[in-house]
Design a protein around this ligand. Structure first.
Ligand code: CDP
Ligand code: MG
Length: 507
């Protein structure tokens, strides 16, 4: 079933895009198939967003290789799906059973979201086009047999599972007629974490010289991607951008603030005080995402805030959850009109949770791109939003070292409000399982170890701060860490750590 959207404020996306005016999809009958236009209409998409307009009207041909940059929440998904699908309809449909379009994206939730949008777009085509997904966390054998026996003209995949199934000859056979390969969140797909898998995948697909189209999309395209996109784009590819190089790459409708607290122990009370202050300011349909730095850290926030904020519906999403609960929570938070989602970066990029009015980041994002993508979970499709980060003193360098980001000090004095929230925090933590605290403590050490230099901390100081964080969670003493893990983190012999094995630690 196609998804019916509420009124979409596409016009608001044109405010900052000089020279472009909103154009309705209905005027594109020469370019786009009637069936696609009907699909778009069914989804409530009346006007093209700026990036959709650029791709559909400025590419020399819809099958041209391209590198496309446009801000978060401005319709990049349809901007790559439409030309790719239109190409198939213009006479390049692969033989039955073969994949014509392959979209690769970083996480499962995003693959499902893209597939859903794709289903809406193709819903009214007279000849049915199937859209399949391939990602980890699902039963390999049954999803593989569905793929092999089905007619997956479009496949949306994450790199791990795709790389895995491409090991099989029968799977490689499905790609002999590939027409378009899309890397969504392209800078992420080509960074050090994913690039090896992408290169392995590319070696098992038909060579670029066979003529398939490459498309790379993202809201952030640091210069370093120019060196690596050539694996999917031919030299001479077209670069399109709706972002003025002089502008900050975040959405300008998002006022962005930072609360800096003196000590890490105060961050929980600061978050509680901040949520209260933001809620007071705009209680109507309060829907927020709070990003934490690690999966276990987010799990802890969820456990604690479920106690501390009983008046809100609280959600959690991170990689320590099984795929079923991840999918269920994603759908529930998409549909929710209010609530607070505690999330790790599994949903930091690409995810479209409608009507999120506030994004909070607790602790450091791993880089400025990640900051931009997280902020981009609000103010989507032309709507408004706000973003606040909470840092403790050593982390305060982030806004200063990223002067292009329009981050202002938070206008309300949160620090003086914090003491009145501390009892609620302490009480809530008394209900949280000790093992959850120990895991969060360990994850905190591991994450911040990678920032030691920027935080200007020695190993001993890092441990001291992590220990303060443990005390703030109500641990009577710092949780035990296994010797093996201490070694892995490079913290062997650092004073302040308690080495030992925790009972019931499943890790
Ligand atoms: O990928 P990006 O962050 O640029 O945005 P998206 O997830 O593709 O789309 C953001 C929202 O805009 C989604 O809710 C779409 O349904 C909606 N939208 C669109 O993509 N195109 C339009 N012409 C109108 C609305
Ligand atoms: Mg996207």
């Amino acid at each position: 079933m196609p998804i019916k959207q509420d009124t979409i404020e596409v016009a608001a996306l044109y405010d900052s895009t000089s020279g472009l005016k909103p154009v309705p999809f209905s005027s594109m009958a020469d370019t786009l198939d009637q069936g696609l236009l009907a699909g778009l209409n069914g989804m409530g998409f009346e006007f093209m967003t700026p990036v959709q307009q650029k791709v559909l009207m400025e590419l020399p041909s819809l099958s041209t290789d391209c590198l496309v940059q446009a801000k978060t929440g401005t319709g990049k998904t349809a901007a790559f799906l439409l030309p790719a699908i239109q190409n198939l309809l213009s006479g390049y449909q692969p033989p039955k059973g073969k994949v014509g379009i392959l979209v690769i994206c970083p996480v499962r939730e995003l693959a499902l979201q893209i597939a859903k949008e794709c289903e809406g777009i193709v819903a009214y085509l007279p000849r049915k086009i199937e859209c399949h997904t391939a990602f980890g966390g699902t039963a390999r054998a049954s999803s593989l047999s569905k793929f092999l026996n089905g007619n997956p003209t479009i496949l949306i995949a994450t790199p791990g599972r795709l790389d895995d199934i491409l090991g099989e000859e029968a799977v490689r056979e499905k790609f002999t007629h590939i027409r378009t390969l899309v890397l969504d969140e392209a800078d992420r797909m080509l960074d050090a974490g994913f690039a090896p898998a992408i290169h392995k995948i590319l070696r098992r697909l038909p060579p670029k010289s066979d003529g398939w189209q490459g498309m790379c999309f993202s809201a952030t395209l640091p210069e370093s991607v120019n060196d690596v996109v050539k694996c999917v784009l031919f030299p001479g590819y077209v670069s399109l951008s709706t972002i003025d190089p002089k502008e900050a790459p975040t959405v300008e409708r998002v006022p962005q603030f930072c609360v800096t607290v003196p000590s890490v122990t105060q961050t929980f009370a600061a978050l509680l005080a901040l949520i209260d202050a933001e809620y007071e300011q705009d209680p109507q349909d309060f829907k927020a995402i709070v990003f934490g730095t690690t999966a276990n850290g987010v799990g802890l926030l969820y456990d604690m805030f479920k106690q501390a904020l009983p008046q809100f519906k609280i959600f959690q999403l991170h990689s320590r959850m099984n795929q079923n609960s991840r999918t269920r929570t994603t759908d529930a938070f998409k549909a929710a009109s209010t609530g607070i989602l505690f999330a790790s970066d599994v949903v930091g990029r690409g995810m479209d949770f409608p009507n999120v009015g506030l994004v909070i980041q607790l602790g450091l994002p791993s880089n400025s791109e990640q900051y931009i993508h997280r902020v981009g979970r609000t103010a989507r499709a032309g709507r408004d939003g706000r973003a606040v980060m909470i840092l403790f003193s050593n982390e305060g360098f982030f806004p200063k070292t990223n002067p292009s980001l329009p981050i202002q000090p938070y206008p309300v004095d949160i620090v003086s409000k914090m003491p009145s929230y501390q009892p609620t925090v302490d009480k809530a933590f008394s209900h949280v399982d000790e093992e959850a605290k120990a895991k969060a403590y360990q994850a905190y050490l591991g994450y911040n170890k990678t920032f030691m230099k920027k935080l200007r901390l020695s190993s001993a100081e890092l441990v001291r701060i992590a220990n303060e964080y443990a005390i703030a969670m109500g641990c009577p003493e710092p949780p035990l860490i296994e010797k093996r893990i201490v070694g892995k983190m490079g913290l062997k012999g650092v004073p302040g750590l308690r080495i030992g094995s925790r009972k019931g630690n499943g890790d």
